[in-house]
Design a protein around this ligand. Structure first.
Ligand SMILES: Nc1nc2c(c(=O)[nH]1)N[C@H]1C(S)=C(S)[C@@H](COP(=O)(O)OP(=O)(O)OC[C@H]3O[C@@H](n4cnc5c(=O)[nH]c(N)nc54)[C@H](O)[C@@H]3O)O[C@H]1N2
Ligand SMILES: Nc1nc2c(c(=O)[nH]1)N[C@H]1C(S)=C(S)[C@@H](COP(=O)(O)OP(=O)(O)OC[C@H]3O[C@@H](n4cnc5c(=O)[nH]c(N)nc54)[C@H](O)[C@@H]3O)O[C@H]1N2
Ligand SMILES: [Mo]
Length: 817
């Protein structure tokens, strides 16, 4: 047992272990100052909520207040560990400026009101519009941060009750490409990999995924493998020198937006050297010939030109992949938020398929999620999918959903795929959507091209409802603000990126009159008097467990089968991976073992799309291509980025995250340990570029694109030359006197991947100029990808304020530092 500053040491103390061994337990504990474990009144089971990892934890409660967190040793995901955002982030719940009462706009101002007034305004406007303009005037924009029960209820209200096709989640910005890539390759969503693959893999490849900062505990698992005997080799594909790159055997730093060229060269090498599992490919896939033909000319010299990566490094990376015995691949935003997002992510699937590396320990693909509950948004159909991974283009599956909901199949819109968010915004812009209900997301900071977004959201004719826990930049624009209870204040379940379902129990009462999102949605449905076919209430449950039981019925027989789970079963032990049913009562570690895919035409979620145009394939085309339900090796041609540098905008701007903040900082910005670690926006530039311009660390730069500008202090970092990086966390709620513009999305472009419709946050032409010398270093963290190349900069530490207890218990620890 020891204590450690977890701001300075985000991953904590090493516990090395070897291939196939069990990852040692390390229980991390953080309590408010002055509170000791024996003073805690109760420990309430939950899991982490500030990323997709799903680390099991217990919430410490004293005098009806959350006072700390402790990792759950029994949980399969984290074996007791927690990351910095989880260890300190709970304090946001206790913030004095939580929303405690509904707000309504009167004469231009938001004023406090009661629930009755607020909800009758929301339901009243909905009814008016339904009568005047029909269901297509109503839109819902939700999140990846509520609970399963809430999404399922919302999906039923929107698709089954109101009958609008306009429902999406911010998962569109986040994991739409993960889902799309899985649908293209396996014809169905569902994560092939498992976190335990890290325990077995001999090669781990991370594509556009800064796991060290964005899934810190999963990265700790890799660090512990690296500290043990026979460590895995790491391939990192990222234009910045992230902590992942620093730990990598091979780091490829491609020019942003060129991922498909790089992937095609890697595939070219695999085929050229015959690093292909012919048996697996013949038995389990279709499309090999087309893929081989597509990559025939894509040799490393060709890709080296496009990606600006040494050809020999590409060869070495291909050899690593080609000679791996157990290959785990992970993919995230560096691939997903790009113009060929789905095409690039699919090529990673192709690597594992060619190598026959799927469905057994150490052999996996993690098309990652980002948000804690994004998986549920997708499963439950609150995001541009239908519940239970049902195929909107398959009438029998729609009829099956109608049976579960006891509605007429015609009531569920399925004339096309549910409307994606970027299209919904167009509809709001042109006035066909007149009511937008936003829950658990902050589009006024997180969407591209903010000037345009502000214009869209402030239109007079739009009725904007925002359900949040703080007065976010978006809530400030609303007609009605509904105060929500959040994690720790309500019960529900959620599912992480490797299909592990966790229960999160209510630990404390919400502040003021804030209500659980589920309760608000049910209230809304009741006020709309939504009915099923028999005139009974459409939403038949009144609490979270009731919603979960209903969802189980909806998931029965579908890939994400929850029928073997219950709240009781989820209490006490570890989270459990779906599918969990009579056949797999303890859950399922690997799907697609034995090459069994969910891609049979009658069962699959999707018939696939054209990767260039995004046009859906029709069932006849799909059946001709994949009659017996195999995996599809889908080829893609590299296409140049849409927004290349010009003399006026000579840099490539990419955006993303830092370890210490979550998104628009509504939570982490209110937590002193985290806010102090990364107090203000910065911009990263390479040493080469800085020297060429004569700029120094800390200089104030203005970054501009045709959409807007941002002012930020310079951090000279290990980023590739020609590239700028801005963290996107810094909106305006806490910057009354700050720089005029600091949100990265002032600069980003309204454009999206044709297949997944995910916006392009990672690649835009931009200009930079110095507007003032700095004199002092920027405030960027030094422990992360923003590590300075120069010396003399104060290290990021948390000090006495950030001490966390680590307890290894009786676990034997090798390589312990
Ligand atoms: N600390 C922290 N953790 C989080 C979150 C958070 O806000 N903060 N958010 C959660 C959520 S919702 C998500 S979606 C995940 C996101 O997790 P990540 O995807 O790991 O995070 P990002 O920083 O968005 O992007 C990852 C990397 O992509 C690289 N990149 C940029 N352009 C390119 C490119 O063209 N090609 C390649 N190969 N790489 C490129 C960037 O340099 C960056 O290091 O994190 C989750 N975890
Ligand atoms: N430039 C750039 N932009 C990006 C990205 C990028 O990499 N670069 N990444 C994109 C990605 S991957 C993501 S996921 C998005 C994230 O973008 P957002 O979802 O807009 O970001 P958050 O700050 O997480 O917003 C969540 C909101 O929900 C509120 N909230 C928290 N808990 C609850 C709850 O229990 N109930 C309710 N009702 N509300 C709650 C929070 O206070 C906050 O206002 O940003 C996207 N935008
Ligand atoms: Mo995300």
């Amino acid at each position: 047992m020891g204590s450690i500053d977890r701001i300075a040491e985000p991953w904590g103390t090493r516990a090395g272990y070897g291939p196939g061994e069990r990852w040692p337990v390390r229980v991390d504990l953080r309590l408010d100052d002055g509170i000791s474990p024996d003073q805690v009144d109760s420990w309430v089971q939950s899991a982490t909520i500030l990323h997709s990892n799903g680390d099991g934890l217990d919430i410490a409660v004293k005098d009806g207040r959350i006072v700390g967190v402790r990792g759950r040793a029994v949980d399969r995901v984290n074996h007791g560990r927690l990351g910095p955002k989880d260890l300190f982030g709970y304090q946001a719940n206790n913030s004095a400026d939580r929303l405690t009462t509904p707000l309504i706009r009167r004469e231009g101002q938001l004023v406090e009101t009661d629930w009755e007034t607020a909800m009758s305004a929301v339901a009243g406007r909905t009814k008016e519009l339904l009568a005047e303009r029909g269901p297509s005037s109503i839109g819902f924009y939700t999140t990846g941060q509520l609970f399963l029960e809430e999404y399922y209820t919302l999906a039923l209200i929107g698709h089954g009750g109101i009958g609008t096709n306009h429902m999406d989640g911010n998962t569109r910005l986040c994991t739409a490409t993960a889902a799309a890539a899985l649908k293209e390759t396996f014809a169905c969503d569902g994560q092939p990999g498992s976190y335990t693959d890290i325990d077995h893999a001999d090669v781990i490849a991370l594509y556009g995924h800064n796991m060290a900062e964005t899934q810190t505990v999963l990265w700790t698992r890799i660090l512990d493998r690296l500290a043990g005997p026979n460590p895995p080799k790491i391939l990192c594909v990222d234009p910045r020198r992230t902590p992942v790159a620093e730990a990598a055997t091979i780091h490829l730093a491609p020019r942003p937006g060129t991922n498909v060229a790089l992937m095609n060269a890697l595939l070219h090498e695999l085929i050229e050297h015959d690093w292909v599992d012919r048996d697996y490919v013949d038995r389990n896939t279709v499309g090999y010939d087309e893929l081989a033909k597509q990559v025939v000319g894509c040799d490393p010299d060709w890709a080296a030109e496009i990606c600006d990566v040494p050809a020999d490094d590409i060869r070495a990376a291909a050899r690593l992949l080609g000679t791996a015995e157990r290959l785990l691949s992970t993919v995230l935003q560096g691939f997903y938020q790009s113009h060929q997002a789905t095409a690039a992510a699919v090529q990673v699937n192709n690597v594992n398929l060619l190598r026959g590396m799927l469905g057994r320990p150490g052999c996996g693909i993690l098309q990652m999620n980002g948000q804690p509950t994004a998986e549920n948004t997708r499963e439950c159909g609150a995001d541009g999918d239908l519940p239970g991974f049902r195929n909107w283009a398959n009438d029998e599956q729609v009829a099956d959903l109608a049976r579960v909901w006891n509605v007429d199949p015609q009531q569920i819109p399925h004339y096309s795929e549910p409307t994606h968010l970027m299209q919904m915004l167009r509809y709001v812009e042109d006035g066909s959507i007149r009511f937008l209900y936003v829950s658990g997301t902050n589009p006024a900071v997180s969407l591209p091209e903010l000037q345009r977004i502000r214009k869209i959201l402030t239109q007079e004719r739009l009725f904007l409802v925002v359900q949040d826990i703080f007065l976010s930049e978006t809530a400030a624009l609303a007609d009605v603000v509904l105060p929500a209870a959040t994690w720790g204040e309500k019960t529900g379940t959620f599912t992480n990126a490797d299909r592990t379902v966790h229960l999160s129990d209510k630990a404390v009462e919400p502040p003021g009159s804030a209500r659980a999102d589920l309760d608000i949605f049910i209230d809304y449905a009741q006020r709309l008097e939504l009915k099923d076919k028999d005139g009974q209430p459409l939403v038949k449950w009144t609490d979270a467990e009731g919603a979960f039981e209903a969802w189980k019925e909806c998931s029965a027989g579908r890939p994400c089968d929850y029928t073997g789970l219950s709240y009781d079963k989820l209490r006490g032990g570890s989270g459990i991976q779906w599918p969990c049913n009579a056949e797999h009562p303890d859950g399922t570690e690997h799907i697609y073992a034995d090459g069994e895919f969910w891609s049979a035409p009658s069962y699959c979620e999707s018939y696939g799309k054209d990767l260039v145009t995004g046009a859906p394939l029709d069932p006849v085309e799909y059946k001709a291509m994949n009659p017996s339900g195999k995996a599809v090796l889908k080829a893609a041609e590299y296409l140049a980025p849409h927004d290349p540098p010009t003399p006026e905008y000579p840099y490539l701007l990419t955006t993303g995250r830092t370890l210490y903040h979550f998104h628009t900082r509504t939570k982490t910005g209110r937590v002193r340990q985290l806010q102090n670690a990364a107090p203000e926006v910065w911009v990263e530039l390479s040493q080469l570029d800085a020297e060429q311009q004569g700029w120094d660390e800390g200089d104030l730069l203005r970054i501009s694109t045709p959409r807007g500008q941002v002012e930020a202090r310079l951090r000279v970092s290990g980023i590739r030359p020609g590239t700028l990086f801005l963290p996107f966390h810094y909106g305006y709620w806490d910057a009354p006197d700050g720089p005029p513009e600091r949100a990265a999305n002032e600069l980003t472009v309204t454009d999206w991947d044709p297949c997944s419709k995910q916006p392009l946050f990672k690649c835009a032409a931009a200009a930079a100029e110095r507007i003032a010398p700095g004199g002092a270093p920027s405030a960027a963290p030094t422990t992360t990808a923003s590590k300075p190349v120069g010396g003399g900069i104060r290290r990021t530490v948390g000090g006495i304020d950030a001490m966390v207890v680590e307890d290894f218990g009786d676990d034997v620890v090798e390589g312990n530092r």
